[in-house]
Design a protein around this ligand. Structure first.
Ligand code: MF3
Ligand code: CO
Ligand code: CO
Length: 309
């Protein structure tokens, strides 16, 4: 018997009108007193070379960077409403980062021109903030990374703009749950592939696609280092987790086919079929008995809780 391909339960249409590139504002500057990552001038982070396990001192600094990233993300998310441009979100993130004594990690990372990624509707990730106003019914992922005291904190949420259709709301809610299920697998001696397995299983149950081209990553003194965290099951990823590892989990789920294309700007990744996609991200620490989310507010609040539709 021919194995029938699992039918997608969603009949969500292509997101219209398509997101189009807007105009970029001038490059924002960072005061000279602020500590910069090594790539800030050249754009080149060089080869990743840090250990996948953090020292106690690095962990303490990553807690502060993570909390700062969460606070900035909340500020940015609260600014979202119809009519607000993604460039306005960038300005806000840039200022909120500097006020905290940090450097916006995306700025000039491999030449990236802005201080945050804003990915609207069918944009999977790495959307560049521009003159496009958010529109009632959009969904937008805001992905904040701060470099503070020598370490990075990286976190994102997808926010609903005004009145959003049911398919998109479901996509956003299930993507967040998929991330949480991935996080729940994290503890010492668990294989890395348990994360992607849990995420993929949840996506499949809900008829959603999992983007394969972009993955989670080791993070610490470097923005992207060592560990590669797939959001689907790969039995070859049999590395066992060890207390002190820090990495992100940041699944991108789709209403349709997860295949992607790149805009001419060489950054903006979109779904090939034009249907919508959502993403959530935390920076995580493997602890002795499980996992700690580093990208939470100082009182422990998870930013996504403040934006749940
Ligand atoms: N924050 C993104 C991530 O989760 C990376 C953005 S790189 C940039 O890994 F250059 F696009 F900003
Ligand atoms: Co990341
Ligand atoms: Co990120």
């Amino acid at each position: 018997m021919v194995k029938r391909k699992r039918r997608r339960v969603t009949d969500a249409p292509v997101s219209e009108p398509a997101v189009r590139p807007g105009l970029l504002s001038p490059t924002r500057s960072v005061p000279s007193g602020i500590g910069r990552p090594p790539y800030a001038v050249s754009g080149d982070p060089g080869p990743a070379r840090s250990s996948s396990v953090r020292t106690a001192d690095e962990v303490e600094r990553m807690r502060r960077a993570g909390a700062a990233a969460a606070e900035i993300l909340v500020e940015a998310g609260r600014a979202v409403q119809p009519g607000v441009t993604t460039d306005r979100i960038d300005a806000l993130v840039h200022e909120a980062t500097i006020v905290r004594g940090g450097y916006p990690s995306p700025l000039n990372y491999r030449g990236y021109p802005k201080s945050v990624c804003t990915s609207v509707n069918e944009v999977i990730c790495h959307g560049i903030p521009d003159s496009r106003p958010l529109s009632d019914g959009d969904i937008v992922n805001i992905d904040v990374t701060i470099f503070l005291d020598g370490v990075h904190g990286d976190t994102s949420v997808t926010v609903l703009v005004g009145d959003v259709d049911d398919h998109s709301r479901r996509l956003v809610a299930e993507t967040r749950i998929a991330m949480d299920l991935g996080i729940d697998t994290v503890r010492p001696t668990q294989p890395l592939h348990a994360i992607g397995h849990a995420i993929e299983r949840h996506a499949q149950r809900h008829g959603l696609g999992v983007v394969r081209e972009f993955i989670g990553h080791g993070i610490g003194t470097e923005f992207h280092s060592g560990l590669q965290v797939k959001h689907y099951f790969d039995p070859r990823d049999d590395t066992l987790l060890v207390a002190g590892m820090t990495f992100t989990i940041e699944p991108m789920l789709t209403l349709g086919d997860p295949s992607c294309a790149l805009w001419d700007d060489a950054w903006t990744a979109v779904t090939l079929d034009g249907r919508r996609t959502a993403q959530f991200e935390h920076t995580l620490l493997v602890t002795e008995d499980g996992v700690e989310r580093l990208t939470v507010l100082p009182d422990g609040t998870v930013p996504a809780d403040l934006f749940a539709g």
